[in-house]
Design a protein around this ligand. Structure first.
Ligand SMILES: Cc1cc2nc3c(=O)[nH]c(=O)nc-3n(C[C@H](O)[C@H](O)[C@H](O)COP(=O)(O)O)c2cc1C
Length: 211
């Protein structure tokens, strides 16, 4: 086995073994430093123009879990998992982009003129276009969430995505700004016995088209 084959096996295993976890070991707690590391890795996901238009709220105290649990129609995994991330996408704002690109310019690989062009590009793409802004918020949050799932897998942690929640209640209880969309929830923890395996997928001939 060479390093390339090892990497292939490890990554494909993570994809093929991931499940949407329903039952968690409620006695298992995660430290804030592990939760922080998961978000550090999640934020390595790409975003348009490197906008990084997201926020991750790690819900892990009993009190905060209870509020979130109520907003999910009382889905037990919110109480039983170690933590649930509220993954928020932010409506893109070109006026913050120059600052977000500054470290790429300072590092010397991005010419300053390109940074200016990207700011103009983001202005042209999103300003006065609410649907496009919302789409971008959702795209960024989903890339962040998917990367968080595999960051968790790298730590031997189980995850589950959830859309079954009241977004207005979540926004109100957790102080989301008017520019923030609670795109999805992601439970994290150690799986308890009884979870289903990954479900079979539709045949590729139904979902793959070559053009
Ligand atoms: C965007 C999204 C939202 C989901 N919302 C919920 C949810 O609210 N509650 C739940 O029990 N499962 C939820 N799921 C889990 C799906 O039912 C699950 O991913 C799907 O059945 C495939 O399961 P598998 O990945 O384990 O094969 C959600 C999954 C995704 C991707």
């Amino acid at each position: 086995m060479n390093a390339k084959n090892d990497r292939h096996r490890v990554l494909v295993d993570a994809i093929e073994k991931r499940i949407s976890t329903n039952f968690y070991d409620s006695s298992f707690a995660l430290s804030d430093s592990v939760l922080t590391e998961l978000v550090r890795l999640a934020t390595r996901a790409p975003t348009a123009f490197n906008l990084q238009n997201w926020r991750f709220i790690a819900v892990r105290t009993q009190e905060a879990k209870k509020k979130l649990w109520e907003a999910t129609g009382c889905q037990p995994k919110v109480l039983e998992s170690s933590a649930t991330f509220i993954i928020c996408g932010q409506l893109p704002d070109h006026s913050v982009l120059a600052e977000r690109l500054r470290s790429s310019v300072d590092a010397g690989f991005m010419p300053a003129a390109i940074s200016v062009q990207w700011v103009q590009g983001a202005d042209a793409l999103y300003s006065e276009r609410p649907q496009m802004q919302r789409d971008e918020a959702v795209r960024s949050a989903v890339f962040g969430a998917a990367t968080l799932m595999f960051a968790a897998a790298a730590h031997d942690l189980a995850t589950g995505a959830m859309v079954g929640f009241d977004p207005d209640k979540v926004a109100q209880e957790f102080g989301l700004g008017p520019n923030e969309v609670p795109v999805l929830l992601m439970t994290v923890g150690t799986a308890a016995p009884g979870n289903w395996p990954q479900k079979p997928r539709r045949p590729l001939r139904e979902v793959l088209v070559f053009a």
